[in-house]
Design a protein around this ligand. Structure first.
Ligand SMILES: Cc1cc2nc3c(=O)[nH]c(=O)nc-3n(C[C@H](O)[C@H](O)[C@H](O)COP(=O)(O)OP(=O)(O)OC[C@H]3O[C@@H](n4cnc5c(N)ncnc54)[C@H](O)[C@@H]3O)c2cc1C
Length: 344
């Protein structure tokens, strides 16, 4: 007989991680699958070093630190987890169990929580030939994600892009790095107004509309050649770092095969339960779900994960209370007992 889980969580971004913690609170036998080798979703893939200011109880917290905290929180429970497994299909079998292929294994569960957010992340690459040697390591010169911003303080930083991420990084490096240049191919920015206005009073060298034509350097990046899209004027810039922020290639799995109602590529749910409107037992939370009034924020997605897990618990066992125990009561009694048993 195959091992049957109560819940399979697909995607370990912030919402899946909190869902995993909550599944432990509800005593659900849970497995979580994540396509990347690293958990954290957008927070580790897109903006690990940025500060988040709208997390309940944190005046500010760095994105990667929030994920570390969520990891610590979910580690209160011994849920199974597999990293590096992208789920391409979910099937409901004749026993009403969900089936998900994971390598050579088939995972069976009574319910599913989809927390796949924006999908699996692949940064859009700089469309130039023979640049692999500059992308090989974080100190080779071309990076798509900043992991250690202090490494580039005091250096010559060039950033490509016109969105929030590119402008935020330009402002972050301004004053900390030897020089900051911002290159954008289009005449308009795709960023917040205040960030655009801040450019006027900054020391950032703005090149617009310019594109990168060539990157130069022996072992590491040394210079880049940029060209004005209108006048065709070329300029040579010295660079220790070229940060490419030109977006991500979509790699979203929508699991349509199982009969989900979708709004564009998002799973339509009943917000009272976070259950799919068409597939009973399949729940969805975070950026992957859709309902009237949906807000794509971490605090909201975390609440949706808690709602989903509580409803999954009563669906699996109709005698289980939908209202959970308060964590303060749970941890002070049951959990301490459990932890004492573990250490005995
Ligand atoms: C630059 C930027 C700044 C932001 N700042 C804030 C902020 O200050 N405050 C705030 O509240 N929100 C902020 N957000 C939004 C916030 O990051 C998202 O709302 C949040 O990440 C959603 O979490 P999630 O877990 O639903 O999805 P994601 O973070 O997208 O995580 C989804 C996870 O699922 C995995 N996955 C996807 N498909 C599969 C598959 N088929 N199989 C297995 N795994 C899969 C992915 O690899 C990923 O790890 C920001 C977003 C961006 C881009």
């Amino acid at each position: 007989m195959n091992n049957i889980y109560d819940l399979t969580i697909v995607g370990l971004g912030p919402v899946g991680l909190f869902g995993s913690f909550y599944a432990g609170m509800r005593g659900l036998k849970t497995i979580a699958l994540e396509s990347r080798q690293e958990v954290g979703g957008a927070l580790t893939a897109v903006y690990p070093d940025k500060f988040i200011y709208d997390m309940v109880g944190f005046p500010k917290i760095q994105a990667k630190k929030l994920i570390e905290n969520l990891e610590a929180q979910s580690s209160h429970f011994d849920n199974d987890r597999r990293l590096g497994f992208k789920v391409d299909e979910i099937i409901k079998n004749s026993d009403n169990l969900f089936e998900v292929s994971c390598g050579s294994d088939t995972i069976l569960s009574k319910s599913i929580l989809v927390t796949t957010g924006m999908g699996a992340f692949t940064p859009r690459k700089l469309p130039l030939k023979n640049i692999e040697k500059y992308e090989a390591q974080e100190n080779s010169g071309i990076v798509y994600i900043v992991r250690n911003k202090e490494r580039y303080y005091g250096k010559k930083v060039v950033i490509i892009g016109g969105g929030n991420s590119a402008l935020d990084w330009a402002h972050d490096f301004d004053g900390n790095s030897q020089s900051v240049s911002l290159i954008h191919a289009l005449p308009n920015w795709q960023a917040h107004e205040d960030s655009i206005h801040k450019l006027e009073t900054s020391n950032i060298n703005v090149y617009q509309p310019f594109t990168v034509k060539e990157v130069i350097g022996e072992e590491k990046l040394e210079k880049i050649i940029i060209q004005n899209g209108k006048s065709k004027e070329s300029i040579e810039l010295e660079a220790d770092l070229l940060l490419v922020n030109i977006g991500f290639l979509p790699s979203k799995t929508t699991f349509e095969n199982i009969g989900l109602e979708l709004n564009r590529s998002e799973i339509v749910v009943n917000p009272a339960t976070m259950e799919s409107t068409t597939v009973p037992g399949l729940f969805c939370a975070g950026d992957a779900c859709s309902f009237d009034g949906k807000l794509k924020l971490i605090c909201i997605g975390s609440a949706e994960a808690a709602i989903a897990v509580n409803n999954a618990a009563t669906r699996i066992d109709s005698s289980a209370a939908r209202k959970p125990k308060f964590s303060s009561a749970f941890f002070s009694k049951d959990m301490h007992k459990k932890e004492d048993q573990k250490s005995a």
